[in-house]
Design a protein around this ligand. Sequence first.
Ligand code: ATP
Ligand code: MG
Length: 256
Amino acid sequence: METSEKEQAKDGAKTNGDAAAAPSKEAHPHRDSGKAIVSMQGVSKTFYRGKEPVPVLDNLDLEIAEGAFEALMGPSGSGKSTLLNLIAGLDRPTRGQARVAGSNLTDMNDAELAKFRSRTIGFIFQQYNLMPVLTALENVELPLLLTKLSGSERKKRAQTALRVVGLENRMTHYPRQLSGGQEQRVAIARAIVNDPTIIVADEPTGDLDRKNADEILSLLEKLNTEFKKTIVMVTHDPAAAERATVTRRLDKGALT
Ligand SMILES: Nc1ncnc2c1ncn2[C@@H]1O[C@H](COP(=O)(O)OP(=O)(O)OP(=O)(O)O)[C@@H](O)[C@H]1O
Ligand SMILES: [Mg+2]
């Protein structure tokens, strides 16, 4: 997973030229409105190792309501990250329909998928994936570098995002000068600086002790309730899943 997570981080840091916005409280006013923001029908995913097919997801149906905070659990190798990557538009299903935030991902080419991701998705990873040579503020600014925003506007938005995660007094620190919990909060600020509709988090508390994990979970809860972000979080931690409003289980490529 290491390499692909790094690729994803690079990718998450890219963005298109659209005007980005600081996290807005009004963007999605109806939490759990019943409207599906993720809708998958008959989705299968098969990888190929050489010529040998490795079936991972098998004919999945999945609906996630706009404004939900969902936890996805299941044994190692059951396909959780694979499913999360399909939701996030990092990969396409082998078969089936995947609609996310109004876009039909199955039919998109790579460039369209990249645009979709930069507009719609905020990524959070287990290993934070911060750039060691950049300060907290510069790390959070990264996704805005390819937008048309001015330097001062970028800085302002990055500062706002760092304030949301409670790191207003760590902006000039480098990752090595931060605790693990603080590093993850910087990564969360980076994930929200573009005001994404959906946050996908792959084991966001996997490297943290209980106290820091709980703080990160409280922050995700706040992004869900106050900022109306739909959150899909893969986790092995039952305490983390308890903070979500819905828990799904994946086993041998099927949702149970
Ligand atoms: N790019 C790939 N090429 C080939 N096989 C892959 C690829 N990505 C994932 N797989 C296989 O798909 C299966 C599911 O992987 P996935 O990473 O989705 O599991 P997971 O549920 O996230 O596991 P974990 O809890 O260990 O992170 C595994 O058997 C894995 O080897
Ligand atoms: Mg995984």
